[in-house]
Design a binder for this molecule. Structure first.
Ligand SMILES: Cc1ncc(COP(=O)(O)O)c(C=O)c1O
Length: 346
């Protein structure tokens, strides 16, 4: 893979991360916006398959970075875009989406089961009827989401030679499952550590309000392949926010909250496994979080201010043994049913 001096657009220029040494054996994969990778791959594939035409309307449900990536690409390529979101969408993101020409459609009420995520899906279905020639990228289900990360795996392999462990947060599952699966073609021993948060259903928890956004989920995405993970961690918002600011203070890396969550776990893992080359996924930049994660007043107001981080996670056999505190489980590349004992119940 050759580095190009001139890129056709900013999207191609920034879709791969910068690799930054965060310790002797720990490398941060620092993205401007990780979701550009799946968004571009999904749109390219849809165009190739004839599902997306110049006058199609793209409709997607998101209150996060996937929407921003779609909005950048839609602006560059001239597609009309409707982003369905809910009242928790933050103002800085909403403004950027609208500035890029996207229509932001906010649902007002959560569904009784599946909360806002379900009511957003219902709204997507409604809009789909209004625009018969629409394209729905569907990041939670579309196999081109994890498929996009083969490109990242190739980049990591070329840059580092060998990767022994990959640590990253899980939302749709696309980045961790896609990258780990592609890396295992060369390194079958690759140890995959998934980072989730309390109040998320992904690895057996119950759906509850979450302050830390981007990781975790209220619904079970098809793109989450549980059998990819060797180990799963649950971190609290307060821990993730503290770690995000440490990443900034120690390494000058100004990143979002999911980067802090991954960094806390990866640092702990890398120190305990000094013979392994560990890669930590840092999915987005910090600007959007200036008035929240990077504001001491906001942290105090939300009661998520921490003076320091715990030294280590609690090792648990059951998900609920670590409610509210940093916990880890040896998932052992098992399915959800094998670990939890029953199929996921929405
Ligand atoms: C900021 C941020 N970090 C991490 C993730 C999790 O990535 P994935 O959806 O690939 O599991 C997301 C997902 O939207 C995100 O927005």
């Amino acid at each position: 893979m050759k580095l190009k001096a001139i890129h056709p657009t900013i999207a191609e220029a920034i879709e791969l991360p910068r690799l930054v040494a965060l310790g002797d054996n720990l490398f941060g994969a620092a993205f401007n916006l990780m979701k550009l990778l799946p968004a571009r791959h999904i749109l390219d594939r849809a165009r190739e398959e004839g599902l997306l035409h110049p006058d199609s309307v793209i409709i997607e449900t998101t209150s996060g970075t996937f929407g921003l990536a779609l909005a950048i690409l839609s602006a560059l390529r001239g597609y009309r875009l409707i982003i369905v979101s809910d009242p928790v969408i933050d103002e800085p993101l909403k403004r950027r989406l609208e500035d890029l020409g996207a229509v932001v459609d906010i649902v007002q009420d959560p569904a009784p089961i599946g909360g806002y995520q379900q009511s957003r899906l219902d709204r997507v279905a409604e809009l789909g009827q209004q625009y018969p020639d629409h394209f729905w990228p569907s990041q939670y289900e579309n196999p081109d989401n994890p498929g996009a990360y083969a490109h990242l795996a190739e980049f990591l392999e070329e840059a580092l030679g060998e990767v022994d462990a990959l640590v990253g947060t899980v939302g749709s599952g696309g980045s961790m499952c896609g990258t780990a699966t592609a890396l295992r073609k060369s390194f079958p021993h690759l140890y995959a550590v998934g980072v989730d948060t309390h109040g998320s259903v992904l690895f057996g928890g119950k759906d509850e309000k979450r302050l830390l956004r981007g990781l975790g989920n209220s619904l079970m995405p098809k793109n989450l392949d549980h059998t990819v993970f060797d180990e799963v961690h649950w971190v609290s918002s307060a821990e993730a926010f503290h770690a995000t600011r440490l990443l900034h203070r120690r390494h000058g890396l100004f990143m979002g909250g999911t980067s802090g969550a991954a960094y806390m776990v990866a640092k702990w893992y890398a120190e305990r496994n000094p013979d392994q080359a560990v890669v930590c996924m840092l999915p987005d930049e910090g600007h959007r979080y200036q008035d929240t994660i990077y504001s001491e007043a906001w942290l105090q107001e939300k009661d998520v201010w921490l003076p320091g981080l715990p030294d280590e996670p609690k090792l648990v056999d059951q998900r609920d043994e670590c409610d509210g505190e940093w916990g880890r489980m040896l998932w052992g590349r098992r399915s959800y049913v094998d670990v939890i004992g029953e199929e996921f119940q929405p």
